[in-house]
Design a protein around this ligand. Structure first.
Ligand code: S3P
Length: 444
């Protein structure tokens, strides 16, 4: 792919009414569960980004008939839990950790061998966190040295996986989902106990497909999700809400630029995803949630944001997992806030599409912000405009490309961001929409 750079002109205010593409997490899961359900699942609002398309193609490679996507519409002819076929080539998950980790759970329960591969960024990401519980369940999986992709999964056949009670060592929805999806193929009960609540789309969607998942809060407030193996999923319709993680760039943009007044419509408001709204409000943001309603088991609302002067805060650790994908842009917001913002308890950021603590600290320092990385977070002294013209590296990470675009709103001169084709993984219409609402960003 040729190198794509964003040239971001400084300043601007953000106005209008927009809709951002479908939720990435829900889009992945709609294909996975639709494929292993019985009957035909229809999806609207599907994210046509490289990540969710990698999942779609992987299931086509395993013999599932899938039509679309066509303007966000997808039709999946489910083959049932046992109907997947051995793919003739390794399944390429591209940049997507979600695709690789969740599919590992499904593939561990098949009776054929297969291999999961990924791009340069994904090939460096930790997979031991899913191979550990899957091996405890009886799966046979090999990784590269250091526990990174490719994953080579040996088909073990019916009855070979056993349910486990797994205590997750980190707050990860991908690990929880992987364990639960393998649990569909396992004997007995499988449960996943998380140290802090993470996104619960897998549990909600399995219930929606008629597969009971019990979620309970323990006395110490930890969440446990359990299911019984050997049931069946029944096809349904899925309406995918807009992705709050994509909306976040626009919510942040309107919050930090004077004169802004923006509505982002139909945004997913799952309580396990709304940390960004709570954190921005604690900093003083003017955000109203309007037109609250529910689509297919997921709450949605229109997010109405106006400019407001912000102050730095110590971000409550209880909100970290609920805003885990939003920290690149939250760091940019913190750089505009008066005083000190401190993030702790977010070491998971180091193993995302890039090391988001180091990469964002480098990027912010390069544009003249006082940002200090720590082992598990960052300290930012904000409140000044960014003085320097510079070129930023995205490090194969879509959210770095988009977050540093938003940094342009508070800059005094042009920012150039290198290696931005990755924005297509989650948000192919980002540039069109950001220019529509009032920024000036050229793609070169
Ligand atoms: C996701 C879970 C999160 C998140 C990722 C999507 C999911 O990852 O960062 O973008 O869809 O389950 P972790 O489970 O690694 O925290």
């Amino acid at each position: 792919m040729s190198n794509v750079k964003f040239k971001v002109q400084p300043g601007g205010s953000i106005k209008g009414r927009i809709r951002v593409p479908g939720d990435k997490s829900i889009s992945h899961r709609s294909i996975m569960l639709g494929a292993i359900a019985e009957g035909t699942t229809t999806v609207t609002g599907f994210l046509e980004g490289d990540d969710s398309l990698a999942t779609l193609k992987a299931f086509q490679d395993m013999g599932v008939e899938i039509e679309g996507p066509e303007k966000g519409n997808v039709t999946i002819k489910g083959v049932g839990l046992k109907g997947l076929k051995k793919p003739s080539n390794p399944l390429d998950m591209g940049n997507s950790g979600t695709a690789m980790r969740l599919m590992a759970g499904i593939l561990a329960g098949q009776d054929f061998d297969c291999e999961l591969i990924g791009d340069a960024s994904l090939s460096k990401r930790p997979m031991k966190r899913v191979t550990d519980p899957l091996r405890l369940m009886g799966a046979e999986i090999d990784t590269a040295e250091g526990g990174t992709p490719p994953l080579k999964i040996t088909g073990t056949g019916e009855g070979s996986l056993k349910g486990i009670d797994y205590v997750l060592p980190m707050a990860s929805a991908q690990v929880k989902s992987c364990v639960l999806l393998a649990g569909l193929y396992a004997e007995g009960t499988t449960s996943a106990l998380e140290p802090a609540p993470t996104r619960d789309h897998t549990e909600r969607m399995l219930n929606g497909f008629g597969y009971p998942v019990v979620s309970e809060k323990l006395d110490d407030q930890r969440m446990k999700a359990s299911l019984q193996g050997g049931g069946k999923l029944t096809a349904r319709h899925i309406d995918v809400p807009s992705d709050i993680s994509s909306a976040a760039f626009f919510i942040a943009a309107a919050t930090v630029s004077k004169g802004s007044d923006l509505v982002v419509e139909h945004v997913g408001m799952n309580p396990t995803r709304v940390g960004i709204i709570d954190i921005l409000k604690l900093m003083g943001a003017d955000i109203q949630l309007e037109n609250f309603h529910e689509v297919g088991g997921e709450p949605v609302a229109d997010v109405h944001v106006k400019y407001a002067p912000l102050k730095g805060i110590h971000i409550p650790e209880a909100l970290v997992a609920l805003a885990i994908d939003e920290f690149p842009v939250l760091f940019v917001v913190a750089a505009t806030a008066e005083g000190k913002t401190v993030l702790t308890g977010a070491e998971e950021l180091r193993v995302k599409e890039s090391d988001r603590i180091q990469v964002m600290a480098d990027a912010l320092q390069a544009v003249g912000i006082d940002a200090t990385p720590t082992e598990d977070g960052m300290v930012i002294n904000g409140g000044k405009q960014t003085p320097q013209t510079t070129e930023i590296q995205s490090h194969h990470d879509h959210r770095i490309s988009m977050a540093m675009t938003i940094a342009g709103l508070n800059a005094v001169s042009e920012i150039v961001i290198d290696d931005c084709a990755n924005v297509n993984t989650s948000f192919p219409t980002f540039i069109e929409l950001i220019n529509q609402v009032g920024m000036t960003v050229d793609v070169v």
